[in-house]
Design a protein around this ligand. Sequence first.
Ligand SMILES: [Zn+2]
Length: 171
Amino acid sequence: MKDMNQCPICGGSNFERREVTETFEYKGQSLEYPNYVVYACGSCGEEIVDSKCLKESGRKIRDFYRQVDGLLTSDEIKQIRKFKLGLTQDDASKLIGGGPKSFCKYENCEVIQSEAVDNLLRVLDLYPHTLEVLKNKHNHKPTSGKVISMIVKTKQPHLETSNVTKNAAGI
Ligand SMILES: [Zn+2]
């Protein structure tokens, strides 16, 4: 937004910053968020949430969802990952899963972890030595592209002669 004194909707200059307490509801529970910054237009009535506030409140809301759904919060994930398992965020993403940078996103409350990741973290929290299972698996992963291309090659002739594939393609 270029000029915070001008309403982007009607162009009016009667645009003011307000701090309110916003209430978020989720599955019958509510979260009070004070200092929620909005810009309200006195001319057209439009209210726009401050972008920085929207980002920060989004993080709090995701942790609130986690608590309501019985999932580990961002702080709990960090505790397990850093202090119990002694892993960097990148290593945790590689070993435990969830996609690239997953732990960075979980701990920054950008993404809520899946129930499967949550379950695995709870087991690792209680039995940290079982991390060895994941480390061994990771160390034996095929890293060469050759293995994958071999599988594709042997599967291709089969697919070409398959009636199911032909029908699906409308031939
Ligand atoms: Zn306006």
